[in-house]
Design a protein around this ligand. Structure first.
Ligand code: PEP
Ligand code: MG
Length: 602
């Protein structure tokens, strides 16, 4: 009997399994649920339900005769926490020096005699329960540190909070909860993952990701793709449906989450995952290829990055620059804002890695699904339509100014392009440029060296796309953020799984909007790029090139497939394809046409 709640046993036959039928569809007990496959692949593994640890701290107090026992419990918890940190450090491979340094600092905090004495004293002399004592002692130190003006010292606050939580959790006898601490490969299931969660995960320990919320352009999806982790998002009720340790099948090709798989079904899914990996390996051979079309036109392939980590910068050797540096990731997962000098150092590192090729730094883009610990923002009814990105920078001019000053100072090290996100009007462009001029004036007055920069905008709100002919006069370049452009053009919340079917990246309106913008910028002789997910979409790449796009920017995971498409394409064929696509009526029609038309290259 077939139990399909919301889906089908679609993963039994696919392109990747070469259409082989296994013939057991009628006898399966498998239960399936639909999800949105946002990072291709398939895996079978045990569920690990990720819930960030919530420590409950109550002042219960103890009787004097319990003090020794409580003290011993605290010491044991401290020892366990120390052992966790040592084990984590041992597990780190070479090239993880930054992570090792953080863990080392945490071990030092844990071993700090002054802190230890304060906690012990509160238990021994004032008869506080261990958790309350830990919380009080750490809070006192954190308060002291927050008064210090030195940025470096203030940054230790985040480490103190981290260690406090580790110790409180250890007092509860609970195990590790962050994704970086996984010790065996699992399928991570969560209500949602924030960018800072996904940034900490270890690739080899995550077989697949399943979340209840999040769409194809959520940051979880972007990071899953960059790590090549199969990911199925928008599986409603996943946390309630699944239990820790349960074996599940994740088919992030056809969008199916399956439980109660038979051995044959498990084997079929594993085979499908393997076929997908082999196809990816074949495609990866194109990574270092020169992106020139069959008729000799060079298309620049640039990179989207979120940090200056060695792993991200490694891709410098096979890309033409950075088309999108999502600078907001530098602000995440910390309790203090990054200072000017720190930012100068990071931007300089990226510029140097790209050795004179353009590096497009997008100024802080928070709000929407991106939150900061170091900046509390008021709750909004519609955050994606709210005080987001550039608007937020206008609200916090000092934060904006710090970033602009840092960018200008770093620009002496290479070819820096500054790009403003969420631009909706000419006023926005002029105001952002005025802030940049002000930062320049300040640096000039202080006698601080700074380099020349290009100034550009993201085109992700239809209002600016429709006045591209005017915007182009005010800027040096533009880049189309198709993730948000699709969200705003089609009025679909990109994070809401309930409406994900309406989020149609191949909507004809998207290609028409892009056509308007690319033609305008090409006429003006100014660089235009696509840096949203469509830029690394192999089907869309053919259309974009056909519309006149000569620069595409994407996550590292898409470089090879895009180069494969470019090298297998000619401009005349791409033009023909683009022409047909712009006359089609629906996204489904376009997708079907492109999949069939481009089969020889895919
Ligand atoms: C976009 O909107 O297409 C984009 C690149 O920005 P983000 O995905 O970071 O919002
Ligand atoms: Mg955007």
């Amino acid at each position: 009997m077939l139990h399909c709640l919301n889906g089908s046993a679609a993963f039994l036959t696919t392109d990747f399994s070469r259409g082989e039928q296994t013939g057991f569809e009628e006898e399966t007990n498998m239960v399936t649920h639909q999800g949105n496959p946002v990072s291709k692949g398939a895996a079978v593994g045990r569920v690990y339900k990720y819930v960030p640890y919530q420590a409950v701290v109550e002042q219960t107090g103890i009787r004097p005769e319990q003090a020794e026992e409580e003290l011993a419990a605290y010491r044991a918890a401290r020892e366990r926490a120390g052992a966790e940190l040592s084990a984590m450090r041992e597990r780190l491979g070479e090239g993880d020096a930054d992570k090792a340094a953080i863990l080392g600092a945490h071990a030092e905090i844990l071993a700090d005699p002054a802190l230890d004495e304060m906690v012990s004293g509160l238990i021994r002399d004032e008869y506080y329960n261990a958790k309350w004592a830990v919380d009080r002692a750490f809070s006192k130190f954190i308060k002291m540190l927050s008064r210090v003006k030195d940025d470096m010292i203030r940054e230790r606050i985040a480490d103190m909070k981290d260690v406090r939580l580790r110790l409180l959790r250890s007092c509860d006898g609970a195990g590790e909860v962050n994704l970086g601490a996984l010790t065996e490969p699992v399928v991570v299931v969560a209500q949602d993952l924030f960018p800072s969660d996904t940034a900490s995960l270890k690739r080899e320990m995550v077989l697949a990701i399943v979340t209840e919320v999040g769409g194809a352009t959520s940051h979880t999806a972007i990071i899953a793709r960059s790590y090549e982790i199969p990911a199925l998002l928008g599986v409603s009720g996943a946390m309630d449906l699944l239990t820790d340790g349960q074996v599940v099948g994740v088919d992030a090709i056809d969008g199916v989450l399956a439980t109660d798989l038979s051995p044959e079904e498990t084997a079929a899914l594993e085979k499908k995952g393997e076929a997908c990996r082999i196809h990816a390996l074949e495609t990866r051979k194109y990574q270092g290829a020169e992106p020139v079309t069959g008729d000799g036109v060079r298309i620049d392939v640039e990179l989207n990055i979120g940090s200056a980590s060695p792993e991200e910068l490694e891709a410098a050797c096979f890309t033409d620059g950075v088309g999108l540096f999502r600078s907001e990731f530098l602000y995440m997962g910390r309790d203090t804002l990054p200072g000017e000098d720190e930012q100068v150092e990071i931007y300089t590192r990226v510029l140097k890695a790209f050795e004179g090729r353009p590096v497009t730094l997008r100024t802080l883009d928070i709000g929407g699904d991106k939150k900061l610990d170091c900046l509390e923002l008021p709750k909004e009814e519609n955050p994606f339509l709210g005080n987001r990105a550039l608007r937020l920078c206008f609200t916090y001019p000092e934060i904006f100014k710090t970033q602009l000053r840092a960018a200008l100072r770093a620009a002496v090290a290479g070819d820096l392009w500054i790009m403003f996100p969420m631009v909706g009007s000419m006023d926005d462009i002029r105001r952002a440029k005025a802030a940049l001029r002000e930062a320049e004036e300040e640096l000039k007055a202080e006698g601080k060296p700074f380099g020349p920069v290009k100034t550009g905008i993201m085109i992700e709100i239809p209002s600016i796309a429709l006045i591209a002919d005017m915007a182009v006069r005010e800027v040096d370049f533009a880049s189309i953020g198709t993730n948000d452009l699709c969200q705003y053009a089609t009025a679909v919340d990109r994070m809401n799984p309930a409406v994900s079917a309406y989020y149609q990246k191949y909507h004809p309106a998207m290609f028409r909007l892009i056509r308007t913008v690319v033609e305008t910028f090409n006429r003006a002789g100014k660089p235009i790029c696509v840096c949203g997910e469509l830029g690394g979409d192999e089907l869309a790449a053919a259309v974009l090139v056909g519309l006149g796009m000569r620069k595409l920017s994407m996550g590292r995971a898409f470089v090879a497939q895009t180069k494969k498409m470019i090298t297998g394409m000619t401009i005349s064929r791409a033009r023909e394809i683009a022409c047909k696509v712009c006359d089609m009526e629906t996204a489904a029609e376009i997708q079907e046409y492109l999949t069939s038309e481009l089969r020889d290259i895919l």
